[in-house]
Design a protein around this ligand. Sequence first.
Ligand code: PHE
Length: 339
Amino acid sequence: MNIEDLSLELSSVQLPDEQTLEQFRIRFLGSKNVLKDLYAAIKDIPNDQKRAYGQQVNALKERAEQLYHEAKAALTQTQSVGPEEDLTRPAGDPQVGAHHPLSLIRREIIEIFNRIGFVVSEGPEIEDDWHNFSALNFPPEHPARDMQDTFFIQKGEEEIALRTHTSSVQVRVMENQAPPIRTISPGRVYRNEAISARAHCFFHQVEGLYIDKDVSFADLKQTLLYFAQALFGPQTQIRMRPSYFPFTEPSAEVDVSCSLCAAKGCNVCKYTGWLEIMGCGMVDPNVLEACGIDSKTYSGFAFGMGVERIAQLKYRVTDLRLYSENDARFLRQFKPGMA
Ligand code: PHE
């Protein structure tokens, strides 16, 4: 090995890993390194060249030491950087949020009614007796107040309540606007129920109200058929069963044909082919009068549905508690228009 060969070798050496580095150390810096022969050969070099020769061999040695230390430092550094800290890695997918399933359903319901001219109205969740009950034809001490297990709060002399339905918002609309009125009121409502898979102490509603001259039960039926077909598909049928609400007369419960089994009968519709989705009826003249609307000139219909109930049918989520637990693994599954 002569100086030129070794110098060439050093100029192109690659030390990418521990093993190569160790071989390099043994070869250039170990106890039997290649430079030793060059040092030993000094005695055979003519005197006038000894100095220059010695300097070249020293330079080789220094270069080898420098390369060794640099490579060693680089390797130690790579090891201490864990995979999470590797700044050269491509970035992972950013975490993106998702809309809450109840928000998706609420938005879908609102869009369907927007198309036929219903506008959204909102009101307070903490209500007084008038807007939640009295204006809606619940006389004081009327047993119908027990239909909705109300959270009451004593505020000085006055008793206030968490609204049990968003019909309270519609009372506010009727008090403040002259007919024609076409409005829907989405919002959270509260009822004093033990929390289980099938009941919760709060849930969400969308209630609707239409008041004009000559509004009939046929208008109500057609509006709800249009809604049911827009939400559950064009083959959907509805049926109405007589019912009772203090604020509507006549009143009905609305069933839609089961979209899960094409009305053939399954465990969701309990083998009846029908699913109950809302209450409705013609606004009681007492309600119109209580809100300052002339019941001789105007008539109207109202309806109300639970958003959780619709979400349950569309997404087949049977445990109501999942909607308020905020488990990201549950919430991430829902996309607009997936059901
Ligand atoms: N407010 C009723 C409820 O919360 C629903 C309803 C609205 C029924 C309008 C009839 C008419 O249960």
